[in-house]
Design a protein around this ligand. Structure first.
Ligand code: NAP
Ligand code: ZN
Ligand code: ZN
Length: 350
């Protein structure tokens, strides 16, 4: 209530596919239930790249990506009860939702049926565009703000706000744990958190990567086995093996081949969001009563649960911290699967 609307520096894509460049953006005044956050770190998710290049369509420009945000509370509105200045906090993919539908009431805001608001590339309830974490400050309702537990560094915690929760949620929902064989497809930002979390949950983890280039890392992160999907023999050798496969691949996948690696009643859960549709021979599903499913990030209560779980198990992301002027180069490296395993922008360099 005290701070007026402000203008803050940010990195934005001025148009679809244009390189990101430094600019300034408006931030609203701190409302009754808002927290003003000094952003310290912003992870680079592959979704930022899909959207900055308008791969999913309907992009709103200029676009300030970034939905893996950590920082410190600078100020709170008069009605804020859960946060105070100085608190270490995070913001993920959502900054608002209808708050009244069944899913919102159940803490599944990511499946809000009344209209959720994404952290960027969306319009808020006043019709104003939302701008993400590649900026120095953000104003967010406290309901969409989570606490970063002590013991989690803000830089390594940032990718948990999307990559962490996007894997934690399906791994919990499909009951990854002791006695379960889980495969993670793609060892990138999401995938490497999937390996860490599934291992911490007690599952036996296998990485299915395009090549064996990152095998040492995969085993160090907690995988018991690592196979190359460029080798067709992998699919034959692992036929009927897994209870759960989670695909994090950003490009269309030959799902039929991967379904064949599931046991009877196994599930292949896709979290990758490719820009093109895929086709599927349905015989790969009916033969062994298999399930093909999807999963989208996680709601606010589960995001806090995931952060607490990661703090308890000492799990942060493997990161490469970069200055903001290297964001376009980082995008190219993510597209080339040359990331180990998340780029994180130090927002003090904006
Ligand atoms: P990323 O860091 O680029 O990781 C994706 C990995 O997939 C790559 O590292 C690579 O791993 C593998 N891969 C890439 N191209 C491939 C291809 N053509 N064939 C087979 N494997 C390929 O991306 P990310 O940030 O983890 O995001 C992954 C996807 O999830 C993106 O589409 C993103 O938009 C989506 N996403 C969805 C949600 C959700 O809620 N469902 C949330 C966040 C992101 P290897 O080198 O090991 O093969
Ligand atoms: Zn993301
Ligand atoms: Zn709702």
């Amino acid at each position: 209530m005290t701070t007026k609307a402000s203008t803050v520096p940010a990195y934005a894509a001025p148009a679809a596919g244009a390189p990101l460049q430094r600019t300034t953006i408006p931030r609203r005044a701190v409302g009754e239930h808002d927290v003003l956050i000094d952003v310290r770190f912003a992870g680079i998710c592959h979704s930022d790249i899909h959207q900055a290049r308008d791969g999913w369509g309907k992009g709103i420009y200029p676009m300030v990506p970034g939905h893996e945000i950590t920082g410190v509370v600078a100020e709170v509105g008069s009605g804020v009860t859960r946060f105070a200045p100085g608190d270490r906090v995070g913001v993920g993919c959502l900054v608002d939702s209808c708050r009244t539908c069944d899913n919102c009431e159940a803490g599944l805001e990511q499946y809000c049926t009344g209209g959720s608001v994404a952290t960027y590339n969306a319009l808020d309830k006043n019709g104003e565009p939302t701008y993400g974490g590649y900026s120095t400050r953000i104003v967010v309702d406290e309901r969409f703000t989570v606490r970063i537990p002590d013991g989690l560094a803000l830089d390594r915690a940032a990718p948990l706000l999307c990559a962490g929760i996007t894997l934690y949620s399906p791994l919990r929902h499909w009951k990854a744990g002791p006695g379960k064989k889980v495969a993670i497809v793609g060892l990138g930002g999401l995938g490497h958190m999937g390996v860490k979390i599934a291992h911490a949950l007690g599952a036996e983890v296998t990485v299915l990567s395009q090549t064996l280039r990152k095998k040492d890392d995969g085993l160090r992160l907690g995988a018991a086995a690592y196979h190359a999907t460029s080798d067709e023999a992998t699919f034959e050798a692992l036929a009927g093996t897994f209870d759960l496969i989670v695909s994090t691949v950003s490009a269309p996948l030959r799902f039929g081949r991967y379904l064949g690696m599931l046991r009877t009643d196994g599930a292949l859960v896709n979290v990758g969001a490719p820009e093109e549709p895929v086709s599927l021979n349905l015989f790969s599903l009916i033969g062994d009563r298999r399930t093909l499913a999807g999963s989208c990030i996680g709601g606010l209560p589960e995001t806090q649960e995931m952060l607490d779980f990661c703090a308890e198990h000492g799990l942060g992301a493997e990161i490469e911290v970069i200055s903001a002027d290297r964001v376009n180069e980082a995008y190219e490296r993510v597209l080339a699967s040359d990331v180990r395993y998340r780029f994180v922008i130090d927002t003090s360099t904006i």
